[in-house]
Design a protein around this ligand. Sequence first.
Ligand SMILES: NC(=O)c1ccc[n+]([C@@H]2O[C@H](COP(=O)([O-])OP(=O)(O)OC[C@H]3O[C@@H](n4cnc5c(N)ncnc54)[C@H](O)[C@@H]3O)[C@@H](O)[C@H]2O)c1
Length: 250
Amino acid sequence: MTGGLGRLGREFTKALAGRGAKVAVLDLASDGNVEAGESVRHHRADVTVRQDLERALKVIEREWGPPYGLINNAGLDSPPDSAPDENCAFESYSEKTFDRVMDVNVKGVFLCSQVFGAAMARVGAGSIVNISSIYGMVSPDQRIYDYRRKTGAAFVKPVAYSVSKSALMNLTRYLATYWASQGVRVNTLTLAGVEAGQDSEFVKGYTARMPIGRLARADEYNGAVVFLCSDASAYMTGANLVIDGGWTAW
Ligand SMILES: NC(=O)c1ccc[n+]([C@@H]2O[C@H](COP(=O)([O-])OP(=O)(O)OC[C@H]3O[C@@H](n4cnc5c(N)ncnc54)[C@H](O)[C@@H]3O)[C@@H](O)[C@H]2O)c1
């Protein structure tokens, strides 16, 4: 599980450990404060650095044997309260920020798949789950952020996150077909926004656009992660499982 110390990563870790899985949490953060004792182990690793991943794989294989699942969950976004240069007009959006987001959200998934996916292919079994977003399927609805512009901020939900998350959809299909004969399944899990104490104006705009009428609770994607990592989804590969409160239905 990459990004396992983040908001959703902690939930996924708890859910998988609760079903008897051993979970290796790979995260850039060094806060090793992951719950669940013996079955959860934090490895400090940057998903953009191959040596970090290879080092973590060696330890995992030595202690627990070959990996079975890979949840590519680490990701960078620019939430509504991030620095102005991350949420500026497309015309002036910086190359540096674009590269940083693509590096973690796309190259990180590519590298983790190379290192951990290859280890699964060697033993002929595994499931990779690439965590994407509604903003990788459809464009952000910039009208939701009008409330920011009314207060004078030149706020635009940025392009890099969307581009990076849509790249995962076809990386999923590519690897699903590439590894199908070696027993490694690869799927995308597409999520919508999670409650995190956001600005009430943001919540108002977002939930008005959301058919189900609310943001997701952080634990509402756990069932899908467990499903995709288990044999309950044995016939599923190359797919995109969308859990989005209906966002992409209109
Ligand atoms: N939270 C949402 O509303 C939402 C909605 C749709 C999709 N998603 C996706 O779900 C995933 C998890 O989101 P979250 O809200 O838990 O994010 P988060 O910011 O809470 O956690 C991300 C974690 O990734 C780690 N990380 C960042 N860069 C890394 C790197 N280079 N190497 C290793 N670890 C790194 C961070 O340390 C952090 O622990 C992301 O891919 C995100 O795009 C989230």
